[in-house]
Design a protein around this ligand. Structure first.
Ligand SMILES: Nc1ncnc2c1ncn2[C@@H]1O[C@H](COP(=O)(O)OP(=O)(O)OP(=O)(O)O)[C@@H](O)[C@H]1O
Ligand SMILES: [Mg+2]
Length: 411
């Protein structure tokens, strides 16, 4: 049984999460060896706004994951999100090279590279590119043209470009925390590797990851990523609305949301049962708040977010062709009855996705907010994550750490 050891770091708006895991090459099962979870610092809506804070939060998440797994982390997979990502679809064509006009992997690579060479402004760079469909001699909608006969091969690719400076800040934060980067992808695509099945992607599905600061959307059709986007709204906005309407400290608002929140506000006849006593801005003083009002505030934000998500689905041109429905991940997707409210609006199946195919410390990460990190692990393992040989690094861990500690003492 061959394994790959893979490390992923999810730099979120709310939490930083480092996962060390082994992926079984045959079954694709993920066995989690270690998890380092720390509150995020210096990140707003997916963007690094304070690099020193971000570095120290990532470093402590890495250290925790190393301690738990006994694995010395060297190289990691990372995913980007934020409004600095924009997506587009690009078409490019090449002439089929072989004398017998049979399309080979080489032709496909050349066509994909041609799609990559679209002109993008200097300050932006491609962070994701996947062919979504091929056209051979004018015949559209070809999934895999390998071995077909033709003169002209066109590829249509989904591309995500990032603001170079903001992407670089994310990359540097990870590198300066002591880890090299294997590869970077986008968060929605990463999360899809944790919660979607091949069948979902094949039939047509929307992945919606609602985190603390962003909502990442990925629409799959015919097995490929068709459309992706990032909305600058997340669970933090739900909490902020409570702060503003009820004039409460952020911490209290978050507590109310997590303990009494619902996306559907049921009117309550019993006034006493409707009242919650919560910590106010004045230390030691309680404030009485109405649960109905709390949930009306959450409902308004939830309904607005659902409309924004629906707009994106319409914009993709795939509305009506998504029988596998909507799969929700991310922490904020757990707001009670959010899925129900969404179901009422969209008329297609809506379900909450938790990372699938886990063994080991699976109960630690068996929740929707770990979709991005676990998805990165699976995606990384398919992109040449470390092989079994590298497991020896685990045994060096303590020796190396001691060495580092002594060296730091002397410096
Ligand atoms: N049971 C729950 N009900 C409502 N909201 C919840 C619940 N559990 C977590 N959340 C919210 O989920 C958000 C955090 O989600 P998550 O951990 O996926 O974010 P993140 O990955 O750090 O952020 P992002 O992906 O936006 O950068 C917080 O706003 C938190 O309040
Ligand atoms: Mg997230």
């Amino acid at each position: 049984m061959a394994h790959r050891t893979v490390v992923a770091i999810d730099v979120g708006t709310t939490k930083i999460c480092t996962v060390v895991a082994q992926v079984d090459d045959d079954t694709d099962e993920i066995s989690v060896l270690g998890l380092g979870l720390t509150p995020s610092k210096g990140v707003e809506r997916g963007v690094v706004v304070n690099i020193d804070d971000t570095i120290s939060a990532i470093a402590s998440s890495i250290e925790r994951a190393e301690r738990l797994s006994g694995y010395r982390i060297t190289a990691v997979y990372v995913a980007a999100t934020g409004r600095y990502l924009t997506s587009l679809n690009s078409r490019a064509a090449v002439a089929v090279a072989g004398p017998d006009r049979e399309i080979t992997a080489n032709d496909i690579t050349r066509a994909t590279e041609a799609a990559r060479s679209i002109t993008i402004p200097m300050q932006r760079e491609i962070v994701f590119l996947e062919p979504r469909t091929y056209v051979v001699d004018g015949n559209e909608d070809i999934r895999d043209p390998t071995g077909m006969f033709g003169y002209r091969l066109e590829v249509e690719a989904h591309i995500v470009v990032a603001d170079r400076m903001l992407l670089e800040n994310l990359i540097r934060s990870v590198q300066r925390s002591g880890a090299e980067i294997n590869e970077v992808t986008i968060q929605s695509y990463a999360a899809s590797w944790a919660v979607l099945s091949d069948d979902d992607r094949e039939q047509g599905v929307v992945l919606v990851d609602i985190g603390g600061g962003t909502t990442d959307i990925a629409i799959f059709a015919k097995g490929r990523l068709w459309h992706s986007c990032v909305l600058p709204v997340g669970g933090g906005h739900f909490t902020n609305d409570i702060v503003l309407v009820m004039q409460l400290p952020y911490r209290t608002a978050e507590w109310l949301k997590l303990n009494y929140g619902s996306a559907i506000a049921e009117p309550c006849d019993d006034e006493e049962a409707d009242i919650i006593s919560a910590e106010s801005f004045v230390p030691g003083e309680e404030q009485l708040v109405s649960r109905t009002l709390l949930n009306e505030v959450l409902h308004a934000r939830a309904a607005e977010l659902i409309q924004l998500i629906l707009q994106e689905i319409r914009h993709s041109g795939y509305e009506g062709m998504l029988p596998a429905g909507i799969v929700l991940s991310g922490g904020a997707a757990q707001l009670p009855r959010f899925d129900e409210l969404m179901r009422d609006h969209v008329g297609i199946p809506v379900r909450i996705g938790t990372p699938r195919g886990l063994t080991g410390l699976d109960d630690l990460v068996d929740r929707p907010e770990f979709a991005t990190a676990i998805g990165l692990i699976r995606w990384g393992s398919h992109h040449g994550g470390l092989g079994d040989d590298d497991r020896q690094a685990m045994h060096e861990s303590w020796v190396r750490r001691l060495f580092r500690f002594v060296r730091e003492l002397w410096s």
